[in-house]
Design a protein around this ligand. Structure first.
Ligand code: RTP
Ligand code: MG
Length: 137
């Protein structure tokens, strides 16, 4: 079994899509082993996305991720990292395939509804960024 860090981003949460996204997560047989609602500070958002600190879109990204509440989750499944990214679809919602969460709920490259870890070492960092061991059941 593998774990990945998933986020229902502020755009999707504000638009009322959290329930629908959680339903998809359960339908696709992920176990939700951790879940919390957070409103990140700019600093917390910047720390989470630190690998993008030198990118031109970083200010927009940290501003957006701290613009309102989000839901952070740890999902567990066989090949959870790849399977969650497949369910999300491509980073840009306009190229995300039909049936993916970003196709359905994303509205632009910078407002793409959901996040998922991209590799095992990233998942380890991201899960630890938001959750302690005793919060993962
Ligand atoms: P995420 O980390 O949020 O799951 O997204 P991702 O792996 O699909 O994409 P990543 O390359 O990690 O980029 C993080 C977020 O930054 C925004 N972005 N903007 N303007 C741009 O060129 C650009 N590129 C990326 C996206 O919102 C992306 O989700
Ligand atoms: Mg990423």
């Amino acid at each position: 079994m593998e774990r990945t860090l998933a986020i229902i981003k502020p755009d999707a949460f504000a638009a009322g899509h959290a329930g629908h996204i959680l339903a998809r997560i359960y339908e696709e047989d992920f176990q939700v082993v951790g879940l919390k609602k957070l409103h990140l500070s700019e600093q917390q958002a910047a720390g989470f996305y630190h690998v993008h600190a030198d990118k031109p879109f970083f200010d927009d990204l940290k501003g957006f991720m701290s613009s309102g509440p989000c839901i952070v989750m740890v999902l567990e499944a066989e090949a959870a990292i790849r399977r969650w990214r497949d369910l999300m679809g491509a980073t840009n919602p306009t190229t995300a395939p039909a049936g993916t969460l970003r196709n359905q709920f994303g509205t632009s490259l910078g407002r793409n509804a959901v996040h998922g870890s991209d590799a095992p070492e990233t998942a380890l960092f991201e899960v630890g960024y938001f959750f302690s061991g005793m919060e993962l059941l």
